[in-house]
Structure formats: C-alpha cells, structure tokens
Design a protein. Structure first.
Length: 481
C-alpha cells in the first residue's frame, strides 16, 4: 500500500481523500455560450470515478470577453449548471472539486494584444470585483473551494511578471508593486467567501522567457501569497505571449514558443523536469512557518516517483494533467494494486495541439472514436500474443525499424519498451498500429526492445519476445587533401 500518495490531506477544513490532483485543463467541450453541458459533466465525473483527490475544473471566465468554447462563471445565470456539475461529482465519490477562475485580456487575429499597462484604474477595480463575485458564485454552486488563475499569459500573472510596465500602485519595477494586484484580488475574494472557504492559487515558478522572473522571485511571491492567506499553491512554468509564434490569421497562442514547450514538456524532455521548483518553494514556506500544501507538476506519471517526492518532503500533492487525461483511473488503480494497468501518458502533446485549434481535447491513447476516457473494468480480459515471437527489428541507416504481429483480444494500443546497454527499461512510445521507427539511437550501444498490447481499460498482455541489437559504431574517414 502506498503510504503517501493515498494519504488524505486537510486544506482549510476541506479533507482531500488522497494526494492526487488534476490541474485545470481546457477541454473545449463547452459551447461558445460558456454553460456547463453534459460533456463537461462526463469529463469531470470520470476523474471522480477514478478517485482523483482534488479535481480542478478548467479555467472559467469571470468576465464577458469573447474567448471561444470556454466555461464561464461571470453571471448568476451560470450557477445552475455548475450546481449540476458539483452534485454529479459529489454523488460519485469523495473527490473534492474546485473551479479555476480566470481573467484574460483581449487578443486579435492581427497579432495585437492588450497588455496590463493599457488598463485604467476603473478597469482594475472592475476586475477585482469580478474575481470576488465569481468566487461567491462558486461557493453558491457547491464547489469545495476556488483556485485563482495567476499563471501563464493571463491578467494576474502579467501583474506579477517582470515585464509589467505599469508605473502606479502596481509598479512593475518592484516586487511589492507587482504583488499588489494579487493582494487586492485576494482581499476581495475573502470579503465574499469568508476565511473558512479554501482559496488556492496557480502561478508560475519560472516565466521561462528572456527578462522574466525565476525561482528567486517565485519563492518570495509564494511567501507573500501565504502571508495573504492562500490555502494551497499549485505551480506551473512558462506559457507566455512574449515568445509566442505568430500564425497568420490566428490570434496569439501563448503555448507555441519555448515557454509554452516548457509549460507542457513533451516526449523529448526528461521525466519530472520541474520538481525542483516545488521543493524550493516548499522549503521557503516551511522555513517561515507556513505549512500550506504545495503541488508539484510536470511529467510525473510513475507511482514510485510520486510516492518518493512526497516521502522526501519535496511536495505535498502531485498534479498530473496529461497523465490523468490519459487515464483518470490512475489513483484507483494504485489503490487496488493494479499499477500495471495504468495507461501511461507518452507526452505526445496531441491534446495540446487540439487545444491550440480550439478543438475538443481528447487523448491519443484512448480507443479510436472515444470522446471520453474509457471506464475501468478490472476484470477485462487482457490481450494475448498469438505466437511466441511477434516482435521483429532491424537497423537501417541510423533507424531501428520495429514491426510486430497484432495481438488477439480487446486491443486499444501497444506500449513500446526499450533499454539501453542493459540499463533501466522505459516506455518510449505507444502506437495503434504494428510498426515504429526508433530514430533516437546511437551507434556503439546495445538496445533491447519488447512490446505489450493493452486493452481500453489498461490491462496489459504479457511482454512480447525481447529483441536485442548491438548497433555498429559508424566509421568516419578524413577527407583527402
């Protein structure tokens, strides 16, 4: 039994049943009207069925600006839909659910975007009131708390940024000036929901842009947030407009540049590239007498890794956005001792590409045609190999070409495993079909491969035969003089 990841945690009177968190992810399932619909309810109930401890509902607008398919909590007319969502989740499990509330500024297809130095004092006052009113609606709707979105390219994060060009009370030249907008919003929210309602925040541990702030600022930003009475801190990085890649005819999308790549690190990044941020911020807070939970995120999908981060006091909770999209039953499978059944995210970022196109966000690893993750059926029959040596491989011109015979049974896909020079075995890819070209190999090393077929519920076949290849070291010749 996992001693840490399955342990409950209290957050300002809210008891979260375990340490798993699904951070806010845009689903593009709501209509342009911003109302909660059945598809939204089904998506978040799937996390409750999977026993996710804390469910953060995707960012929902506190104001009326156009934004495509995005949830809203900007008017009392939206409350009824949110009540249906919270009731459906609470009726399903003891998971806790919190909405992420957001204010964003205007962007145009021409590439123009509004920045915070364009906001008047009246604009700022209106934004502050909008945050407070949205928090009150969330409480009325039955949410267990709220999360303030102060990350990425959006309004509150822009006040925190070192790129803040304001020269008034919110002066971007000083850390205190950059923090005042968040302080005003926090005070307004507390005046609306009281001190006993959980209020968390998501902000950036590192802006990941030239001239942006780093951990040296973010550890102090986190400390101020704790001083202001924030009940938990969820960390992210990057996702800024400053380095976004302009695409003709489309409004700027803040996850196209390097900072966006760091925000959602893909397959080419090592696992857990951001864990030092949560560890540093948690150490700073604890040293000053604050014990509010800190949520660590970023390519964490292995139960052993999650358990170790908590055991080593490097985090209090573990956020898994893309992994829990791929398999919302991760916590349930861990609690049942069925970790082999977890459908592991391969960080292909197809979900990110769908979001960028304003298309409904699904997962490449789901069975073809599914618009929600499959239900977990623990007694589902696992796939089976029809012969003893289904996997074949050959090395051609710098590429290991893998081919395999189809397994029998209810097959959703195939996980490909690789070890380098008898080192640790890792999943390197998941495929629907029967072939894969491994282009990330180096001559002079030995590689071992095997595959496993998995069902829609995540049950795995036995491993295939192991194929070993000793790759030749390429010979280089000097050019004749």
């Amino acid at each position: 039994m996992r001693q840490h990841i399955l342990k409950p945690i209290a957050i300002n009177g809210m008891t979260v049943p375990n340490r798993t968190v699904v951070p806010a992810m845009v689903t593009r399932l709501s209509g342009e009207d911003g109302f909660v619909n059945q598809a939204i309810i089904d998506r978040y109930v799937s996390y409750a069925k999977g026993n996710v401890g804390l469910i953060i509902v995707e960012a929902m607008a506190i104001h009326q600006s156009k934004s495509g398919p995005l949830l809203r909590i900007s008017d009392d007319k939206f409350i009824e839909g949110h009540k249906k969502l919270t009731k459906a989740i609470h009726d399903t499990s003891n998971s806790k659910v919190i909405p992420q509330i957001i204010h964003f500024m205007k962007v145009a297809r021409s590439g123009w975007r509004q920045t915070i130095d364009m906001l008047s004092e009246d604009d700022i006052t209106s934004i502050i009131h909008d945050f407070g009113d949205a928090a009150a609606r969330a409480k009325e709707a039955g949410y267990d708390g709220i999360e303030i979105h102060s990350a990425h390219a959006y309004t509150l994060s822009s006040f925190l940024s070192r790129h803040n060009r304001r020269r008034d009370r919110y002066d971007g030249r000083t850390l205190e000036g950059r923090l005042r907008m968040f302080g005003d919003v926090m005070a307004q929210i507390r005046s609306k929901v009281g001190d006993d309602f959980p209020v968390g925040v998501r902000f950036l541990a590192d802006e990941m842009i030239k001239g942006g702030y780093t951990i040296e600022d973010s550890r102090l930003i986190a400390l101020r947030m704790a001083q202001l009475g924030v009940d938990y801190i969820s960390l992210s990085v990057g996702g800024k407009f400053e380095d976004a890649i302009k695409q003709e005819g489309l409004p700027p999308y803040p996850y196209t540049g390097y900072s966006g790549e760091r925000c959602m690190p893909g397959a080419s990044f090592p696992k857990m590239p951001h864990i030092q941020y949560a560890a540093t911020i948690k150490e700073t807070l604890n040293s000053k007498g604050y014990n509010i939970p800190v949520i660590s995120v970023g390519k964490i999908n292995d139960p052993d890794d999650a358990e170790q981060l908590l055991a080593d006091n490097k985090a209090d909770m573990i956020g898994m956005a893309r992994q829990l999209l791929a398999d919302p039953n991760w916590p349930k499978k861990v609690s049942l001792g069925r970790e082999e059944d977890i459908v592991r995210c391969i960080y292909c970022n197809v979900c990110k590409q769908l979001d960028e196109k304003f298309a409904e966000v699904t997962c490449f690893l789901w069975p073809k045609g599914y618009d929600q993750a499959p239900e977990y059926e623990a007694d589902d029959t696992p796939p089976n190999w029809q012969n003893d040596e289904p996997l074949r491989a050959e090395y051609i011109n710098g590429v290991v070409k893998l081919k395999w015979d189809r397994a029998s049974g209810n097959i959703s896909g195939y996980d490909l495993y690789r070890a380098e020079d008898d080192g640790k075995v890792k999943i390197i890819q998941a495929k629907k079909g029967g072939k894969f070209d491994d282009k990330s190999v180096l001559g002079g090393l030995k590689y071992s491969y095997y595959i496993r077929a998995y069902s829609k519920s995540g049950q795995n076949s036995r491993p295939s035969n192991v194929v070993e290849l000793d790759l030749p070291l390429e010979k280089f010749r000097p050019q004749p003089t």
